[in-house]
Ligand binder design. Structure first.
Ligand SMILES: [Zn+2]
Length: 73
């Protein structure tokens, strides 16, 4: 009898644990991809790159200093 109760308790615990994990996975927002955030496009060649790696000039972004110089001309 005791064994059955233990088994039942274990089964309930297992179901609750699985439900909790399932709900957590449903509620959790998608992890932000650093690559997809703050992506900018080079105004000279059109390549996409992270904003932190880009060169901003006159409100435009460039992938390298060479392309930012091209825009001046
Ligand atoms: Zn470029």
């Amino acid at each position: 009898m005791l064994g059955k109760i233990l088994l039942l308790g274990l089964a309930v615990w297992l179901i609750l644990t699985l439900l909790k994990q399932y709900r957590r996975s449903m509620d959790a927002p998608a992890p932000p991809h650093p690559e997809s955030q703050d992506m900018v496009r080079c105004a000279a060649c059109g390549v996409h790159l992270p904003k932190s790696e880009s060169i901003e000039q006159d409100g435009k972004y460039y992938c390298c200093s060479e392309h930012s110089r091209h825009a001046d001309q």
